[in-house]
Design a protein around this ligand. Structure first.
Ligand code: NIG
Ligand code: FE
Length: 414
């Protein structure tokens, strides 16, 4: 079969291999092909290899794109973001510099709850217009798939507004969006004295409505000290599971309260943050099917410890790396910057970090069969970097060397 397009003269093609998450030593074993080509049949990869393009792949109609000797990787997958929100929180910077803890800011009506107020005050249109340029910047940074959590509405209509904004954004730009319901992000102010009432609203009204409207694919809970207890989180995850939703947990960010163990028990696809994960938690994840989603720019921005990535790798737990983009704890939408932090602060090799933000991130979104590697039959999503090798990509801190993105076989040059 003739390819619709061939990207040729790729100096180095770097890609993980396979359709499931990789942990331990395996995470760093990737394919490195010099002088490579990537042939596409529309949105799908038809052939990939090194040296001469085999006979029969290029026909008279085949479009040929010269990669100019650049580095090609799979499209990046940002598997943990709080993409849609009203306002920003730059005024918290001074408090942060004075060392006021994150939870104290939250207790005083700041933090998440101030973004809830700003999100509630925004129209659906305003949320879409505000988020679009951020997504476009993420795309120019090589992101071809991005998760988007709700959790700044905290009522039926306001959470729906955030989720509808994600649905609208799916239709007007090239990044694939994955919708996660995080109604259990904080207790809203109006339920301050009635947490049970909010849990009932969430379990009995929000979850069934959003699942039925096809607005959500995953359910996440902020299971941590001062937020949702392990028992409250368990109830929410059970209800979500009964509706057929995939399960995620924000946990062990502030203190270990059994969230990693709950991720194992509930069959969650991912456990995320994990800054204070202890040995019991590591053991639970090692005996679970969860991907450990680590968020190094959050540790950096909050000046907190970095998650125990090396211990997770030693126990063969697949590690993914994402931005956690949000206005309060990680105002960073550059996944490459988070990957660079992961390399320096988790002491992970560039090869393992590449797997973390492609194949493992795709696995954390139940998409590893379709995304995350450059292999025949997978979706043709890739980034062409102005870089001679993978080390250079990680070494040029803060730089964005993406010069083109392939998304479902369509070439976007920058
Ligand atoms: O992932 N940990 C909880 N939620 C966000 C922060 C949200 C906010 O501060 O607005 C996070 O870090
Ligand atoms: Fe988060």
């Amino acid at each position: 079969m003739n390819a619709t397009a061939i990207l040729h003269n790729i100096g180095l093609l770097a890609t993980p291999i396979g359709s499931c998450a990789k942990g331990g030593q395996e995470q760093g074993r990737i394919a490195l092909i010099k002088n490579a080509y990537l042939a596409m049949d529309g949105p799908t990869i038809l052939a990939v290899g090194g040296g001469d393009i085999p006979e029969g792949i290029a026909g008279p109609q085949t479009e040929r794109i010269d990669a100019g000797g650049a580095l090609l990787t799979p499209g990046l997958v940002d598997c943990h973001t709080h993409l849609v929100f009203g306002g920003w929180r730059q005024h918290e910077l001074a408090l942060k510099l004075q060392g006021v803890p994150y939870l104290d800011i939250l207790k005083n009506g700041g933090g998440i709850l101030s973004t809830v107020r700003a999100t509630r005050a925004s129209t659906l249109d305003a949320l879409v217009q505000k988020t679009l340029p951020i997504l476009q910047a993420m795309f120019r940074g090589g992101v071809t798939c991005c998760e988007a959590k709700s959790g700044y509405g905290l009522s039926l209509s306001q959470e729906r507004k955030q989720l509808l904004a994600v649905r609208r954004l799916k239709e007007c730009q090239p990044v694939e969006l994955v919708s996660t319901f995080l109604g259990a992000h904080a207790f809203p102010e109006e339920f301050e004295g009635d947490h049970e009432g909010y849990l009932r609203l969430l379990i009995e009204e929000m979850l069934p409505a959003f699942a039925q409207e096809g607005l959500i694919e995953f359910c996440d809970v902020f299971c941590d000290e001062g937020v949702f207890s392990a028992e409250q989180s368990r109830r929410i995850l059970r209800a979500a599971s009964a509706l057929g939703l995939g399960l995620k947990l924000h946990t062990d960010e502030l203190r270990s309260i059994g969230g990693a163990q709950l991720a194992k028990e509930a069959g969650a696809i991912s456990a995320e943050h994990l800054i204070c994960l202890n040995e019991e938690g590591i053991d639970a994840l090692a005996h679970s099917h969860a991907v450990a989603v680590l968020l190094p720019s959050t540790s950096f921005y909050l000046d907190k410890p970095f998650a125990p990535a090396q211990r997770l790798c030693a126990e063969n737990v697949p590690v993914a790396v994402a931005t956690d983009f949000n206005p309060g704890s990680s105002p960073n939408h550059s996944l490459l910057l988070s990957m660079q932090f992961a390399c320096y602060k988790y002491k992970m090799a560039p090869e393992a970090v590449l797997t973390a933000s492609t194949l493992n991130a795709a696995a954390a979104l139940n998409r590893a069969g379709r995304l995350g590697t450059l292999e025949v039959g997978k979706e043709a999503n890739a980034v062409l970097w102005d870089a001679p090798d993978l080390d250079y990509l990680f070494y040029r801190l803060g730089n964005n060397p993406a010069k083109a993105v392939l998304r479902r076989g369509v070439f976007y040059g920058f």
